[in-house]
Design a protein around this ligand. Structure first.
Ligand code: ADE
Length: 253
């Protein structure tokens, strides 16, 4: 089985290491299923004070990360990868000005054996560095964070759990949220009666086909209620399409 290697260029490598080394991903690293290499961009500054930022040309608030440390850091990682005989990986820059990250993008990126991520800080990075090294610009959502570190941790967490062997239970991805573009159905465990609320009868029936139908219908109801935008792309059987149409007709009358 091939290991998936993640490289992160950042001014705060400890934040990435600490954030991703516990729980499921920590265990996946110990087992050699994934690796994490957090590299400090500051180590590639040639400035005698190790500076990595400067004032923006044209004026304006804040500081901009200079091109040279970022480009040199990236080339050092790329040379190491080439030296070990592997192919040149994609370089992903985390920015609100990117394509929005979704489960489908994670599935696509999980097919790559290796990825390099670039975290920005301050008011951004000199555009020329980005033009030289970046292959993809990705946003994790329509809001602004103080840097790319939390977004990169989100991306690595989502991608790593798709790497074979990282989750114990490899049957789960096909039953979870976003499969067929639907949200997941509600789950229950013991006790059967809690503060006057019963577990839905069908789940105690032992009737697998009926349970499966009930779960799919719950998924459809939930998705329609909170994420109608996903319903347009939902993958439904003929019978489920009929259920959904009837449900909507009832809602309209
Ligand atoms: N950096 C700051 N905000 C971000 C976002 N929403 N996604 C990715 N990187 C970011």
């Amino acid at each position: 089985m091939d290991r998936m290697n993640f490289h992160v260029m950042t001014l705060f490598p400890e934040m990435i290491e600490q954030g991703l080394s516990t729980s499921i991903l920590g265990r996946a690293m110990e087992r050699g299923l994934i690796s994490l290499n957090a590299v400090n961009i500051r180590d590639y500054s040639l400035d005698k004070h190790r500076r990595v930022d400067d004032y923006p040309y044209g004026g304006g608030a804040g500081m901009v990360m200079t091109a040279d440390p970022v480009v040199r850091c990236c080339r050092a990682i790329q040379e190491k990868i080439a030296g070990e005989g592997r192919k040149k990986p994609r370089v992903i820059y985390l920015t609100p000005q990117g394509r929005v990250f979704r489960q489908s993008m994670a599935q696509e990126l999980a097919q790559e054996g290796e990825l390099i991520f670039l975290c920005g800080h301050y008011e951004g990075i000199d555009e020329r560095a980005l033009e030289l090294i970046v292959t993809d610009r990705v946003s994790i959502g329509d809001y602004v964070l103080t840097g790319g570190e939390l977004p990169v941790m989100v991306m690595i967490d989502v991608i790593a759990r798709l790497v074979p062997g990282v989750l114990n239970n490899q049957e789960s991805p096909e039953f979870e949220t976003f499969h067929d573009n639907l949200l997941e159905y509600p789950q229950y465990t013991r006790p059967e009666l809690y503060e006057g609320m019963r577990v839905p009868e069908v789940l105690l029936s032992g009737h697998h086909a009926r349970i499966e139908e009930w779960r799919r219908r719950q998924s459809i109801l939930r998705t329609d209620a909170v994420r109608p935008d996903l319903m347009e792309h939902a993958v439904l059987s003929k019978k489920e399409q009929r259920f959904y149409r009837e449900m909507r007709d009832r809602a309209e009358t």
